[in-house]
Structures are given as structure tokens and as C-alpha cells.
Design a binder for this molecule. Structure first.
Ligand code: PMP
Length: 399
């Protein structure tokens, strides 16, 4: 028999598979609300001005590209740490945080998972129900058993906070709890400040290990506002993990720019943690690539470019909010009478629409509108040119 005779066909990735189906669709009015990508009012993936300017600057003084250090560009790691934790925070100044450049937010999660597996191989992992599909797969592929804590409450169009908190209270010490720092994917519902305080209190009391996934900083209420949760964990004196992604906030999806930060109790601990994290990186891909991190570091550390980035990020955030309001208006105009307030309560790129799988399939087959079967639609892909048709189609399948 041939070497690969026993290899089975793997299932298609649910979201990237949807993309392939979208690309093959010949409907001229098709709309892709499946994948989590921000497009501008013309329906185009933006190249941010701050990114173009940083790239121009880098091209004007071209450099040879040797290997980067295992943990990436030092100036990048420092800039990420300042952005996520604040340059003046005692934990940053005291050297208690180890930050390593990673291959996107996904890479940051995978590094953290591999690190944790070596640290505490028998720990359980809890992710939200539902969560980004890849969370489960990443932690399972690192060798963990992955369970869930309740999150989405369909009837209340919000979060099952009591269910979430009681599951966390019952979790054994050392349980790794994956939390979305902001703009929960896929539901769009975030905890309130008071609810975060409860999560933090339970985490402390039970000795849980928080892992904050921050893939959308700046897409909810603002850079500082969205990052406030991280500072809360820091101020609570916890040891924890943060994965950062710049895929969305810099519109640099293909450059794979992210990071993993690990907060320890002391600088000495942090140095040992970083040394082990470097071993994880070394045995995965040796060291990260240069370009994307160089661009992000240049933008974050050049005041004029930094300001431009903050403005461009605010424009993306504001446009998404505008589309949420417009979606409500257009759905009402199309005849939907139910309360649609949940759409503007949700944060970030996504809306859990409440539509079921059959309705989502009808949207695809009859109207060329592609969302995820869970009912998740990407509101960041709506624009004045498609929102009316999308709303009318949703009204039709809702009848
Ligand atoms: N976490 C969440 C919640 C995400 O939605 C995503 C991207 N869809 C990621 C992590 C991964 O980001 P990246 O593309 O930078 O790997």
C-alpha cells in the first residue's frame, strides 16, 4: 500500500471553507459576511496610510535581513508591551512581563498553549461557549482537554453571566481560562466592568490561569477602553497570559503580526519564563519574520504615524458602529418588527444575528449572502452599497 493510503480527508475549515464557496459563486450581488475582515465603504480591504508611510520609510533605508532574535524585534516587543500594559505601569517598569513577537494572534495563542503544556500538562482548558473555532483546536493540538464555560444566552440576547461565573467557581485550581479581552468572537457581547471584577475575584480565589485573547483592540470602544481589562488583571496582581493580534487593527492580515505576553510575579521569574518561552519558539519556527513587526514597531514608536494609526483605527471603529445603526434601520424598513437593540449593544466586527443554520443557508443559496451557520455575520463588511439588499434578504428568510 502507498504511504498515504490511510490518510483521510480532513473537514474543511468552516470559515475559510465558506470563503472558497464565496469565491466560486457567480452571483454578481454576492456579499461576504463570513470571514472576519474589515472592508471600507467601497468594500475594499484598506491599506492604512500609517502602514504605507512606515513601509515607504523602511524602503528608503533598505536593510539586509539577518535572523531576528528568537523572541523577535526588541523595539517591537517593547512597543507592544507599552501599548497593552502601559509604558509606566509598575509591572512593565519592574520587568515582570515577558513579551515575544508571534506569528499573528494565532501564533501567540499557540506559543502560550505549548508553554502551558510544559508547565502544567494535566491542566484543563476552558473556553467560552461559543468561541472562535480555532481556540479549541489550538489547545487540543497542544495536548490539552478543552471544555467550555457558558457564555451566550440566546433568549436574553446577551451573556449567561451566572452560568459563566458558577462554572469558573467550580473549576479546579490551575484551570486555564481563555477569555476574550474585548469584542467577543463570535457573539459581539462583552462583559461589563462589574462582571469582569467578578471574574477576576473568582480567578484569584480559585487559582485559575487567565489567558486573555486580544485580537480586536481598538475595534470596540477605543484602544485604552478595550485594553482596560488587561490593566484590571494586572492591578489585581495576577499572573496571566495575553495574546495580541495586529491583523485587524493594522489591516495587516497577511503579515502575521502578533505577540504573546506573560505576566509574572517577579522580574527573576519573568527572566526564567522568557527563557522557556524562547525554547518553545526555537523548536517551532526558530525565530519570527521581519517585515510586519518592523512596520508595526515603526508606526507605534513614531509619534506622527502613531497618531495617524489611532485616527485610522477610530475611523474603522466608527464605521462599524455606523453600520450597526444602519443595519437596525434597514431591517426595520424591510419589515422586521422584533427588538433589534442587541445589534448596537454588540461590540467589534461581528453580530450574532440570532438567525438559525437553515436561514443562513437560505441567505447563501437564494441571495449570495455568506455568513456563518451559527448566525454570525461580519458587520465590518457591510457598506452603503450592500446593506439594503442584506437587510431585505434577512427579512425574507426571517418570515
Ligand atoms: N483570536 C480571535 C478571537 C480571533 O478572532 C482571531 C482572528 N480571527 C485570532 C485570535 C487570530 O488572529 P490572527 O489572524 O492574528 O492570527
Amino acid at each position: 500500500a502507498s504511504l498515504f493510503a490511510q490518510v483521510e480527508m480532513a473537514p474543511r475549515d468552516p470559515i475559510l471553507g465558506l470563503n472558497e464557496q464565496f469565491n466560486a459563486d457567480t452571483n454578481p450581488n454576492k456579499v461576504n459576511l463570513g470571514v472576519g475582515v474589515y472592508t471600507d465603504e467601497q468594500g475594499k480591504l484598506p491599506l492604512l496610510k500609517c502602514v504605507a508611510a512606515a513601509e515607504k520609510q523602511l524602503l528608503e533605508a533598505p536593510k539586509a535581513r539577518g535572523y531576528l532574535p528568537i523572541d523577535g524585534i526588541a523595539a517591537y516587543d517593547k512597543a507592544v508591551q507599552s501599548l497593552v500594559f502601559g509604558a509606566d505601569h509598575a509591572a512593565v517598569k519592574g520587568g515582570r512581563i515577558a513579551t515575544a513577537q508571534a506569528i499573528g494572534g494565532t501564533g501567540g495563542l499557540k506559543l502560550g498553549a505549548d508553554f502551558l503544556k510544559r508547565l502544567n500538562p494535566d491542566a484543563q482548558v476552558l473556553i467560552s461557549d461559543p468561541s472562535w473555532e480555532n481556540h479549541r483546536a489550538l489547545f487540543e493540538s497542544a495536548g490539552f482537554t478543552v471544555g467550555t464555560y457558558p457564555y451566550y444566552d440566546a433568549a436574553a440576547k446577551g451573556i449567561n453571566v451566572d452560568g459563566m461565573l458558577s462554572t469558573l467557581k467550580a473549576a479546579p485550581a490551575g484551570t486555564i481560562v481563555l477569555l476574550h479581552a474585548c469584542c467577543h468572537n463570535p457573539t459581539g457581547y462583552d462583559l461589563t466592568e462589574a462582571q469582569w471584577n467578578e471574574v477576576i475575584a473568582i480567578t484569584k480565589e480559585r487559582g485559575l490561569v487567565p489567558f486573555l485573547d486580544m485580537a480586536y483592540q481598538g475595534f470596540g470602544n477605543g484602544i485604552a477602553e478595550d485594553g482596560a481589562v488587561v490593566i484590571k488583571f494586572l492591578d489585581a496582581g495576577l499572573s496571566f497570559f495575553v495574546s495580541t493580534s495586529f491583523s485587524k487593527s493594522f489591516s495587516l492580515y497577511g503579515e502575521r503580526v502578533g505577540a504573546l505576553s506573560i505576566v509574572s510575579e517577579t522580574a527573576d521569574e519573568s527572566a526564567r519564563v522568557l527563557s522557556q518561552l524562547k525554547r518553545v519558539i526555537r523548536t517551532n519556527y526558530s525565530n519570527p519574520p521581519t517585515h510586519g513587526a518592523q512596520v508595526v514597531a515603526t508606526v507605534l514608536t513614531t509619534p506622527a504615524l502613531r497618531q495617524l494609526w489611532e485616527e485610522e483605527l477610530a475611523q474603522m471603529r466608527d464605521r462599524i458602529k455606523l453600520m450597526r445603526t444602519a443595519l437596525v434601520d434597514n431591517l426595520k424598513a424591510a419589515g422586521i418588527t422584533q427588538d433589534l437593540g442587541f445589534i448596537t449593544r454588540q461590540k467589534g466586527m461581528f453580530s450574532y444575528s440570532g438567525l438559525n443554520a437553515a436561514q443562513m443557508q437560505r441567505l447563501r443559496s437564494e441571495f449570495g449572502i455568506y455568513g456563518v451557520d451559527s448566525g454570525r455575520i461580519c458587520v465590518a463588511a457591510l457598506n452603503d452599497g450592500n446593506i439594503k439588499a442584506v437587510s431585505q434578504a434577512i427579512a425574507k428568510v426571517s418570515q
